[in-house]
Design a protein around this ligand. Sequence first.
Ligand SMILES: Nc1nc2c(c(=O)[nH]1)N=C([C@H](O)[C@H](O)COP(=O)(O)OP(=O)(O)OP(=O)(O)O)CN2
Ligand SMILES: [Zn+2]
Length: 128
Amino acid sequence: MSKWKLVTEFTFDSAHYIRDYDGPCGRMHGHTYTVRLEATSSTLHASEHCPHPVMVADFKSLRWAKKDVTKGGLDHGILNDILPDNYETTAEMIAQYIYDETKKRIPEGVQLKVAVSETPNSWVEYEE
Ligand SMILES: Nc1nc2c(c(=O)[nH]1)N=C([C@H](O)[C@H](O)COP(=O)(O)OP(=O)(O)OP(=O)(O)O)CN2
Ligand SMILES: [Zn+2]
């Protein structure tokens, strides 16, 4: 079956510490996080901004996390304060949080994969 894969990448700058981490990562510090999202679908959909079924998902719905924290994103925030208690601020759980929140914003049936990097050397990928 033919399908489309959307790929979009963005960065956001935020502070965090890893709770009970015995080392520097347990102290408040910051990263420029890089996020890469892949959304795959064999059908196209309308969006909040476009009434015609011409998109896998609107890029705007995929890129919400790059917005300023005061506008509902993760930029220039303190992740420990933003993420609900069931998510820690490891790259693994930030990726899971972005996945869970993005799923709520895109059409049902679109397959999603989220990759998050804190530093140029290390990445994590999350998908279901
Ligand atoms: N599996 C994970 N391990 C670590 C995470 C994580 O999210 N998942 N996070 C951290 C810290 O947040 C930390 O900021 C990363 O620091 P560090 O590994 O020191 O990153 P560097 O690129 O600076 O590593 P160097 O080896 O010092 O160059 C830690 N672990
Ligand atoms: Zn860190």
